[in-house]
Design a binder for this molecule. Sequence first.
Ligand code: ATP
Length: 357
Amino acid sequence: MKVTIKNLTKRFPDMTAVNDFSAVIESGELIALLGPSGCGKSTMLNMISGILPSTEGKIYFDDKDVTDLTPEKRGVGLVFQNYALYPHMTVYENMAFGLKLRKVPKEIIDQKVKAAAEILGITDYLSRKPKALSGGQRQRVALGRTIVREPKVFLLDEPLSNLDAKLRESMRFEILSIQKKLNITVVYVTHDQIEAMTVADRIAVMNKGKVQQIDTPDTIYHHPANVFVATFIGSPAMNVVKARIEGTKIVIGECAIEIPAEWLKIVGTRKEVIFGLRPEAAKPNFDNAMVKGTVDFMENTGNLKTASLTLADGQNFFIQDSNQNIDLRNVTGFDFDWTNVNLFDVETEENIGYVEA
Ligand code: ATP
């Protein structure tokens, strides 16, 4: 089922929670809505489900306008962060409940519950009560309860945030494999960038009710549309520092570097830009660095070393390296390849272009 969202807006009396959201979610695609707390993710999801009416805009499931339909009529499956299972019912009964209410014949219910349990790996727990299950198992039952209804569109709101880090990781892969197996269209709300990067075909990054960028995880990571996206994704985030343009040179932290011809076209007549480089694309230099800096501190997480540098003009820059044989505390600065660079306009903070690697 393809979901088309056109100019969707939600205004509350004192604020606009979602502002002019448009997107086409292809059939079988998993799209993650990602953004900081309060950016409008849940409001967006609730409008797609039909729980919350929109102020403006339209929603289509395939070619059908569903904007004014109730959640039941839309046929969506919802799984929330606080999934409530009925404590007095077994796993089987919990999963069968929705179908029973719809008077689906017993044999069919049985087939569906067993098939869903198989996919989710909870067949052995069907006769247990929820209190005898772990958090991850309960979450699988919550998913199962929705899957048996065979929704055309699956809407998940922070489905893993009640689970511990390790379980979240394995559940992420399970959700992904179920989604691919059943080929369902999924909208997945999360504030966790790793979760979004690992599960999504495409990510819609939101801030203050506005979509900042809708793209594949790779493009979002390597070519963020603006400074917000650049600094929201990645840990540490992309370095963004102000740089002057002097003739054919860019001056980063008082170090002048020749700009390649194809980049000069992108820079145009600008006198200043925001220079963006991911920490792992800043190559440590111990001798004669392109951009010089002094080390403030170094952090070693075993597989990665991260150093914070202060450039000559006082701006801060993170560099990261996985080579355990080098000591980042002794760097004199960093080098970079222009293929890893993103430049942003100082006024609009929009990406002004990049040269493909
Ligand atoms: P979180 O990750 O914290 O759940 P979110 O991105 O899902 O945040 P929403 O719950 O969609 O954000 O809320 C977006 C904005 O709309 C917030 O500023 C919130 O306070 C506001 N909001 C949500 N519901 C209402 C309401 N019923 N009345 C007024 N304002 C609301």
